[in-house]
Design a protein around this ligand. Structure first.
Ligand code: AMP
Length: 144
């Protein structure tokens, strides 16, 4: 299974982005209203310059307290981001998420952001693949 198959199956394949000059407070409000765990930081809406996850906000709150809420996202975001391409195998993405201990990977084609895969998307796709394999094997055993 490839990344593009997961993106096609997502009801909403848009990516929520914010510019690096927005504040952590604005990011928290967006995470809350969209019920998501991460925002891709992009100043042109196309290039993924960083990622700000709920975990980054919690880490800063724990370290510095509520004062961090007025910081610009650019000071807090992760800039060394791992991205994937539409043709990448989903198993490789799962391995990267496990090794890197993160739950989101932006999908980038020709330098432009085209989607975002979460660990929830991957688990859902793997479960449906397993269910299809089970049905196929049962069919073979039962002679259907
Ligand atoms: P997450 O589990 O995705 O909420 O993120 C956990 C930590 O990993 C946070 O510090 C994020 O900024 C960072 N992170 C999330 N996604 C990525 C990614 N694709 N590449 C690198 N770091 C990431």
């Amino acid at each position: 299974m490839l990344v593009q198959q997961i993106l096609k199956s997502k009801a909403d394949d848009g990516v929520v982005t914010l510019a690096s000059g927005a504040t952590v407070s604005e990011a928290a409000a967006l995470l809350s209203s969209r019920k998501i765990g991460t925002i891709v930081i992009s100043n042109d809406g196309k290039t993924a310059e960083g990622i700000l996850s709920e975990r980054d906000i919690v880490r800063e709150l724990g370290r510095r307290g509520a004062g961090c809420m007025t910081d610009q996202i650019g000071e807090v975001m992760t800039t060394n981001i791992v991205t994937c391409a539409l043709g990448d195998p989903v198993d490789d993405i799962l391995q990267q998420m496990t090794d890197g201990r993160f739950r989101h990977i932006p999908v980038v084609e020709d330098g432009a952001l085209v989607g975002l895969i979460s660990i929830g998307d991957v688990v859902k796709a793997k479960l449906s693949e397993l269910a299809m394999e089970k049905d196929a094997l049962q069919g073979m055993i039962m002679g259907h």
